[in-house]
Write a protein that binds this ligand. Structure first.
Ligand SMILES: [Fe+2]
Length: 304
């Protein structure tokens, strides 16, 4: 990536194309004391109050900097490397971690072991990278006393409280308001689809297991949706377009959100999958959905 100056216009050359950087954008980035707070690197002026007809009167590149004089009298000296970084995706660290799609043939999963100085360790860093690669990670020997799981979660980010509280105890109750409080079998699902935003990183901590048998199963939404996209593009299209109402109701709260089962971003990349048919309040208006009602179930590969 290279910044170039041609006839008082500044271009970004990424090797394939040469695109002009708008003078207004450059004018917004003035970094003199009256324009930028040095401590916070936050802007001290309102760009919307600027003259719309901003043009570059004079510019020159030397010693890794570009010096620009604008037609409204302002001038600036911008570090070229810093400028190029704005156009690279270097600051989007998470996007730089490639996702690894997996199915039930996945073997040799690395387990992590909690120890005293875990939060600031290289092991913790590797754990987070592994999480972004696979979408899950298994950690053993995490302390079970005093809701330690909340401390663990806060070492990564802030715990987002829900109507269930700061954490959710999964155990059998006599008058449950959620199937998770029962001993009933629940098929693979995503939690809280009626919430917007849905839980991002979810942490499950086994405190005590008094029973034998049973499996904890995981499903890779990326693998499933890619399989569906190849096998039945029409189904994929419907599930990524039709919005379903997910709703949770108990005596204290009503939570509701309308969203697609396959959630794509503006570039059609997969952001997330929702699947939770235990919520009987789910509702769909469009008939084309029903032909496909069970499509998303079939290709799930379970990880034992
Ligand atoms: Fe769940």
């Amino acid at each position: 990536m290279k910044i170039e100056l041609i006839n008082n216009k500044i271009y970004l050359n990424n090797g394939n194309s040469n695109e002009e950087i708008h003078p207004f954008w450059l004018r917004e980035r003035l970094d003199g004391e009256e324009f930028l707070d040095k401590g916070t690197q936050q802007r001290l002026f309102d760009p919307s109050a600027m003259n719309c007809e901003i043009e570059i009167e004079k510019a020159k590149i030397s010693d890794g900097f570009i010096e620009i004089n604008f037609n409204d009298g302002a001038s600036s000296r911008i570090n070229l490397e810093k400028l190029a970084t704005e156009f690279s995706n270097k600051d989007t660290v998470i996007k730089s971690i490639n996702k690894i799609k997996w199915d039930s043939s996945l073997e040799n999963i690395k387990n992590f072991n909690f120890n005293e100085n875990f939060f600031e360790s290289k092991e913790m860093h590797d754990l987070l990278v592994s999480f972004y690669e696979y979408g899950f990670v298994i950690i053993k020997n995490v302390p079970t006393e005093n809701n330690f799981i909340v401390n663990f979660a806060n070492s990564i980010g802030s715990v987002r409280r829900t109507n269930f509280g700061e954490h959710f105890n999964v155990r059998s109750k006599s008058h449950p308001n959620d199937l998770a409080y029962t001993s009933l079998y629940i098929s693979p699902h995503t939690d809280n689809p009626y919430r917007n935003p849905v839980p991002c990183i979810q942490i499950l901590h086994c405190i005590e297991n008094e029973v034998s048998g049973g499996f904890s199963t995981l499903v890779d939404g990326y693998t499933v949706t890619e399989h569906l996209k190849n096998q039945d593009p029409e189904a994929y299209k419907v599930l990524s377009e039709v919005k379903v109402r997910f709703k949770f109701t108990d005596k204290n709260v009503v939570l509701e959100d309308w969203s697609e089962l396959i959630h794509l971003d503006e570039t059609m990349l997969l952001i997330g999958v929702k699947r939770n048919f235990n919520l009987s309040n789910n509702f769909v208006r469009e008939k084309r959905f029903y032909r496909l009602e069970n499509v998303l179930f079939s290709p799930f590969h379970l990880l034992d």
